[in-house]
Design a protein. Structure first.
Length: 188
């Protein structure tokens, strides 16, 4: 009976159990290919000369093993190397940027300290314009050579005292000799 139905519609059965007809003729070739490539079973039901597929269960006798990524010829290795190099380049750029910022901050702090010291020195030189409290004759040479001491003074020179009891312990006086000002010990 099945064979007669297939002749009436102009199709031939694909298996002894099921027949494929009508608009699903293209899927018949797919069913045949699935069967030849390891289809375990095709559950289908013939209703009004059309095949309704329910499920395919494929059996795989051979397991496909992927090759390791370094053996592939699809550029994976090159992409990974390139990505790694770009990452290293990015890290290097970030570190250089941080180093430049630190250097600029250090230079700004150094310039700020330099300006503060210049202001202090200017304040000290303006003390040189103060009127002298009294004049004093140098009796001893203390042999001091600090940055704030009055240098170039010898025994017998006359200095003008501008301030008394300055410096550590109040043991110095701010003195002026010709065009220079500085600290000089009060004991001398």
């Amino acid at each position: 009976k099945r064979h007669q139905e297939s002749k009436s519609h102009g199709t031939t059965p694909t298996t002894s159990m099921f027949m494929i007809s009508g608009p699903r003729a293209a899927s018949a070739t797919l069913l045949r290919q699935a069967r030849t490539h390891g289809c375990v079973r095709v559950l289908s039901k013939v209703t009004s000369n059309e095949v309704q597929r329910r499920s395919f269960f494929f059996r795989s006798n051979t397991t496909v093993k992927e090759e390791p990524f370094w053996r592939r010829n699809d550029g994976t290795v090159e992409i990974m190397i390139g990505t790694g190099l770009l990452g290293l380049l990015l890290v290097d750029q970030v570190l250089q940027f941080q180093q430049e910022n630190q250097r600029e901050n250090f230079l700004l702090e150094l310039n700020h300290e330099h300006h503060v010291l210049q202001r202090q020195e200017q304040a000290e030189t303006t003390n040189g314009n103060l009127p002298a409290l009294f004049e004093c004759i140098i009796r001893q040479d203390p042999q001091l050579d600090g940055t704030k001491t009055l240098n170039g003074v010898g025994i017998g020179d006359v200095v003008q005292v501008l301030e008394e009891a300055v410096g550590p312990g109040g043991q110095y006086s701010t003195c002026r000799f010709k065009d220079r000002t500085g600290w000089f010990p009060t004991a001398c």
